[in-house]
Design a protein around this ligand. Structure first.
Ligand SMILES: CC(C)(COP(=O)(O)OP(=O)(O)OC[C@H]1O[C@@H](n2cnc3c(N)ncnc32)[C@H](O)[C@@H]1OP(=O)(O)O)[C@@H](O)C(=O)NCCC(=O)NCCS
Length: 180
């Protein structure tokens, strides 16, 4: 499903599902991120994504338990550039809970990309998920802010420099139209 959005600076954007063809772009895009953005995304310092990580981030997207969306900004010449990706992955052992991860290119951070991605991701989330359970770096204010927008949020310390975050999602699933 393709969705439209307008970022906080007025930039037009489209959001669509990550495809297996995006593997190389994802790998290359990661290498251009700042070390801080890479660290905040994976809570580890790594300049490259391994092929195992790419298998997980691309091949394991099934649109059912692992939903991933790309946000593409559209310039005045109607040329699209991918600037962010967000995903929600259901926990096998807690089917009503999912992890959330978002990455926005450094030069596009602070323009509402994550907000637009999460608004749509929550609408397209795995069926039955009512709660986000994740861990973020304690100095990652933007990540905490984007998560707090999604619902009632509980934050607890999780060791040095980390916070566990639980969000009870307030946005309901769209009505099931399958039987209409
Ligand atoms: C965290 C991240 C995804 C946010 O993306 P973004 O597109 O910059 O976020 P938005 O512009 O949509 O803003 C989201 C919220 O963060 C706040 N925010 C954005 N940049 C901020 C900054 N530099 N300082 C403080 N708050 C900031 C915004 O005000 C907004 O909060 P609000 O709705 O209460 O106003 C992005 O900074 C990023 O990719 N970071 C590295 C990877 C990461 O940390 N991912 C999250 C953990 S998986």
């Amino acid at each position: 499903m393709i969705a439209e959005a307008v970022l906080t600076d007025g930039t037009a954007a489209l959001l669509w599902p990550l495809r297996s063809e995006d593997r190389e772009a994802l790998s290359e895009g990661y290498e251009h991120l700042s070390a801080t953005t890479q660290y905040h995304r994976f809570l580890a310092s790594a300049p490259h994504l391994s092929s195992t990580q790419l298998d997980h981030l691309v091949d394991e997207v099934d649109g059912i338990d692992h939903v991933a969306l790309v946000l593409v900004v559209i310039d005045v010449d109607r040329v699209g550039t991918p600037v962010g990706v967000a995903r929600m992955i259901r926990y096998e052992e807690q089917p009503a809970a999912a992890d959330v991860a978002v990455t926005v290119l450094d030069e596009w951070q602070g323009h509402g990309v994550a907000t637009a991605l999460l608004d749509e991701l929550v609408r397209q989330r795995p069926v039955g998920v009512t709660r986000v359970v994740t861990t973020v770096a304690a100095d990652n204010g933007p990540s905490l802010a984007m998560l707090r927008r999604l619902g009632k949020t509980t934050v607890t310390p999780a060791g040095i420099g980390r916070l566990d975050v639980v969000v009870e999602l307030t946005i309901p699933h769209p009505p099931d139209t399958a039987n209409l």
